[in-house]
Write a protein of this length. Structure first.
Length: 298
């Protein structure tokens, strides 16, 4: 991790006005969209282990490798969706609270937990308002594909508040800057919400302002050729099937296909790190500083 030190600065709200989830209409749209999606999910089809240990899940594998032993840790998941993260952490022995705007999704989480033989708590709430949780109460706050649905500023403020001193926030989300992925996003409009805003390079300032340590990793550069396979060879309509879910559900079939591209990506990103911003996803691991003041160095 990189240590960040200095003096915290108040965020410029005008600069970050592209974050759109600070209004009730957007929240209601997100809730209804995910309630409708939840009604189509069969708990037995949710790939809990593969989502963190499969060859086509490099984001999850990286995060759990950095978090270490999860047994006994208090974990809060934001935007739990179908529960892959919350249930995985519970399987590994963590004390888990799953949150989501969608009551329908939380019902799925409970069923997925039961299917995997674990228990956890669920709470309906927004990732930008965690007021039902006290300060300094979680060892880990985890969010997968959630930051690009919310106003990042209040979300990170709440994450910092509820984390224990020394606790970690772990996130992975899509990046905005790859033109090919932006074409895919337009093609996949029916399986996305209109309020999404993928992570920009400038958003990293928001993390640095709030956390003592930050570590990042990028995923899927040349490996994005798998999307071309889905579209051109497998003839899968991106607005009918979620490609990011197919990566996990078809892991057995795809592992040999993607591994050479992952090796190419490691080489390219090692010699030219700036290319990370042309990847599909970014993983971000942060740590709350011990003590009252949060400092950073720009």
């Amino acid at each position: 991790m990189h240590n960040q030190s200095g003096t915290i600065a108040a965020p410029n709200q005008l600069e970050f006005q592209s974050q759109t989830m600070d209004n009730s209409e957007a929240i209601e749209r997100e809730q209804h969209f995910h309630d409708d999606w939840a009604a189509t999910i069969r708990p037995e089809d949710v790939e809990v282990i593969k989502s963190f240990e499969g060859a086509t899940s490099p984001e999850g594998k990286w995060i759990v490798s950095r978090l270490g032993d999860l047994a006994g840790k208090k974990v809060l998941e934001l935007g739990s969706g179908a529960g892959e993260g919350a249930v995985y952490f519970a399987v590994k022995g963590a004390d888990v609270t799953a949150t989501d705007l969608s009551p329908g999704m939380l019902s799925v989480v409970e069923k997925v937990a039961a299917h995997n033989g674990v228990t956890l708590a669920t709470r309906v709430c927004s990732a930008t308002d965690l007021s039902q949780f006290p300060d300094n109460s979680f060892d880990i706050v985890y969010g997968a594909n959630v930051l690009h649905h919310v106003d990042i500023v209040p979300c990170l403020d709440e994450v910092r508040r509820v984390l224990k001193p020394g606790g970690h926030g772990a996130f992975w989300d899509p990046v905005q800057h790859n033109p090919a992925i932006n074409i895919y996003r337009r093609m996949a409009a029916d399986v996305r919400t209109p309020d999404e805003h993928p992570i920009r390079r400038s958003d990293m300032r928001l993390f640095r302002e709030r956390f003592a340590e930050i570590e990042t990793r990028f995923f899927w550069l040349s490996a994005l050729v798998v999307f071309l396979r889905f579209y051109l060879i497998d003839r899968i309509n991106p607005s009918e099937d979620r490609y990011w879910k197919l990566l996990v559900s078809r892991e057995n079939e795809l592992r040999g296909f993607v591994r050479p591209f992952f090796a190419i990506d490691r080489f390219l990103l090692a010699i030219m790190p700036i290319m990370g911003w042309w990847c599909w996803n970014i993983g971000v691991l942060v740590r709350k500083q011990r003590g009252q003041e949060v400092e950073y160095r720009s």
